[in-house]
Design a protein around this ligand. Sequence first.
Ligand SMILES: Nc1cc(-c2ccc3ccn(Cc4ccc(CN5CCCCC5)cc4)c3c2)n[nH]1
Length: 242
Amino acid sequence: MRFDVVTLFPAIFDGYLTQSLLDKAIVRGLVEIQRHNLRDWAEDTPHRKVDDRPFGGGPGMLLQVEPTVTCVRDVDAMCDVPARKILLTPQGRRLDQRLAEDLATSDRIMLMCGRYEGFDQRVLDILQPEEISIGDFVLNGGEVAAMTIIDAVVRLLPGVLGDEQSSLDDSFSRGNRMLEFPQYTRPREFEGHTVPDVLLSGDHAAIAKWRAEQSRVKTIDRRRDLLPENSKPNHEHPNQRS
Ligand SMILES: Nc1cc(-c2ccc3ccn(Cc4ccc(CN5CCCCC5)cc4)c3c2)n[nH]1
């Protein structure tokens, strides 16, 4: 899979791209991440201006339609595979595991990271990107949301996580909608806190039963909404794919 990230701050991704799971996946050719600085598409050098004040007044600045649309079209054309365009915004469809699994089926994803107060509306009208939010809070730009999407998607790609780390049993993977059971490792006792005996018993059936019960109790206590009897569809944003 290839990610193309359009951003005013490509350096934000430096540390992230060298972190081990992603770095290994890149080295193994399982994923490719290309960054594109929107400022390189600014019309007027030397100021390389890509933002301007909103018509009609209002706070802050907006990213202009011309450099953005030109940039996205140029980036899209850099590779034969057409990119699934995603625009990060607080107003988008909420990212969840189901959407991450859907994104993981794409061959190429372009992540459009805005800044300031976002993009001129004509960017959305012309390019018709899918709009995705990572939660009901306002970040300072799309980059952290983009990294979140990359993180959630890359771990789902075949071969990225070894079998022992499979994402299949994650809390929210493949329709699994239960919270994790408690996990323990050595030492067996720390400051008087011990490991549940069942986990030391070697009785795999009893361990599985205990873990299922722990997941159920925790899910009822914290996320009753996840239980099958309470589940409701994730209402898609009007301009979202099915
Ligand atoms: N899940 C999530 C994604 C983001 C996200 C993603 C991308 C950008 C680009 C800029 N920002 C900052 C921002 C966005 C919206 C406003 C509200 N403002 C009100 C007046 C009319 C214009 C809009 C303010 C500042 C972004 C924030 N935050 N949270």
